[in-house]
Write a protein that binds this ligand. Structure first.
Ligand code: MG
Length: 473
């Protein structure tokens, strides 16, 4: 008969073996088994710019595969149609009318802006740090360029990227439109004095933007490899395809769509590399990768701008083309694959990832993000049924279910008309009429009534934050 001590030790060893094996099988890299998160955020990429969203000439095989193996959302929104507020809302899970990260005086932060994301705001990185995640911000920040506002002071262990848009700090005097007309040869990376920062130090100025997309992907991959033994969060915010466009040699002139296509194909290539490394390191089954963009395409730049596909207008507007974006969720062990036409928002990433990481939500403030985890993991209906479309600190439109009411419409960058107040509001069924062509307000006073209730509810407890964007030095 075997000695009881020996039995115990065999049992112990088998348990250790099983647990270790289970960890390998499920790619778990921490005791709790909470997933890793990678958000890949493009800049000014439109709803119609990816192969899987119907683009006929831009080749995005890796993003298409992500969508095929994961979930492709067709009603996924950002909270603002320009960079700074869109980013602030994603990272804080809150409408920027609350945080003061939107303004009616200016739309985004500039290199001479005085302020940035207020210290009071809690970022997704800060949430995840509380529960032991390693966190990296790679790419464009645009939430304040001074040291106290940089990612390393907002919950990120590591930062590598540019602090604001790639067209700021322009030194050549060339006009964008002129440059876009002429083509890539008229634009040089030296025409912009944009700094490249590692943590808090400038390491390159001007940033070499020709190679920046490739370098961002490489930085993300190194961080994943270095942090594979604990849970991690990588926020990879490409500064392209925001104009001016740049691509590295291997991609220049390759796409049938022209330079814009070259840029996207390079971003897509990096996405593939990240998926490969997650698989190679045994992490894919316990990691969720999201791909989306901060706002719609910058249309006046013609072929240098992207496409919103069938959606109306683009960047800067509260039409669908300004705020509805591709939303792809990939995670072979976690995400239940399929096409999702329920409504989601980038603000929901804050709440969903906090929930999956078991990080308690702050209780001292209103969080606008919803928990999509049951939709992602089990294809349950999305808990989100509405979208509020803000421009600056004014509510221009609201969507409830299939219907969207515009209280105010306004174009941007000289296109799609002047500011116009609508009373009664314009009403579109954006499920049947995604292009917002057919105003049905006259036939549906009851729906306008419901949307008015939604807005009244929202405004009843709204406290507008102090404007953080307007002050300059
Ligand atoms: Mg943008």
């Amino acid at each position: 008969m075997m000695h009881p001590k020996k039995i115990k030790s065999i049992l112990f060893l088998s348990t250790v073996f099983l647990l270790t094996n289970a960890a390998v099988i499920h790619g778990q890299n921490n005791d709790k088994g909470t997933p890793n998160f990678v958000i890949i955020f493009a800049d000014d990429l439109g709803y119609g710019d990816l192969g899987t969203y119907g683009n006929p000439t831009i080749k995005t095989p890796n993003l298409d595969r992500m969508a095929y193996e994961g979930q492709k959302w067709t009603n996924f929104y950002v909270a603002a149609s320009v960079c700074t507020p869109s980013r602030a809302a994603l990272l804080t899970g809150r409408l920027t009318v609350r945080s003061g990260m939107s303004s009616n005086k200016t739309r985004v932060l500039f290199p001479n802006s005085k302020n940035g994301l207020p210290a009071y705001e809690i970022t997704l990185a800060e949430q995840l740090k509380k529960v032991g995640y390693s966190t990296a911000c790679i790419g464009k920040w645009h939430l304040g360029h001074k040291e106290q506002y940089l990612p390393t002071n907002n919950g990120f262990d590591y930062y590598f990227g540019i602090p604001y848009s790639n067209d700021m700090d322009k030194i050549s005097g060339k006009e964008y439109k002129e440059a876009a007309k002429i083509g890539h040869s008229a634009i040089h990376t030296e025409d912009y004095n944009v700094p490249l920062i590692r943590n808090t130090k400038i390491i390159e100025r001007p940033a070499n933007q020709n190679t920046i997309t490739k370098r961002y992907a490489e930085e993300a991959i190194s961080f994943i490899k270095e942090n594979k033994d604990k849970p991690f969060f990588v926020y990879l915010a490409h500064n392209l395809p925001h104009i001016p466009l740049f691509a590295s040699k291997e991609f220049l002139g390759k796409s049938k769509r022209g330079l814009y296509g070259d840029v996207l194909e390079e971003i897509d290539h990096g996405v593939g590399k990240i998926m490969d490394v997650l698989k190679a390191e045994g992490l894919a089954e316990n990691t969720i990768v999201v791909f989306t963009s901060d706002n719609g395409p910058w249309l006046p730049f013609k072929t240098h701008g992207g496409s919103a596909g069938l959606l109306k207008a683009g960047k800067g507007t509260t039409w669908e083309g300004g705020m509805r974006e591709p939303g792809i969720f990939w995670g072979p062990g976690l995400i239940k694959p399929g096409l999702v036409s329920d409504i989601g928002s980038t603000m929901d990433l804050f709440t969903t990832f906090s929930s999956l990481a078991e990080a308690e939500l702050p209780k001292d403030r209103i969080i606008d993000g919803k928990d999509l985890s049951q939709t992602l993991l089990n294809r349950k209906p999305s808990p989100r049924n509405s979208i509020l479309y803000y421009r600056g600190t004014d509510l221009y439109a609201a969507r409830l279910g299939d219907f969207k009411a515009h209280f105010i419409t306004q174009g941007a960058y000289g296109e799609f008309g002047e500011r116009e107040v609508h009373n009664p509001p314009l009403l579109f069924n954006v499920s049947q009429d995604a292009s917002e062509k057919f105003n049905i307000a006259a036939n549906h006073p009851e729906i306008l009534e419901q949307i008015n209730e939604l807005v009244k509810d929202h405004k009843s407890n709204l406290i507008k934050g102090k404007d953080q964007l307007a002050e300059r030095e």
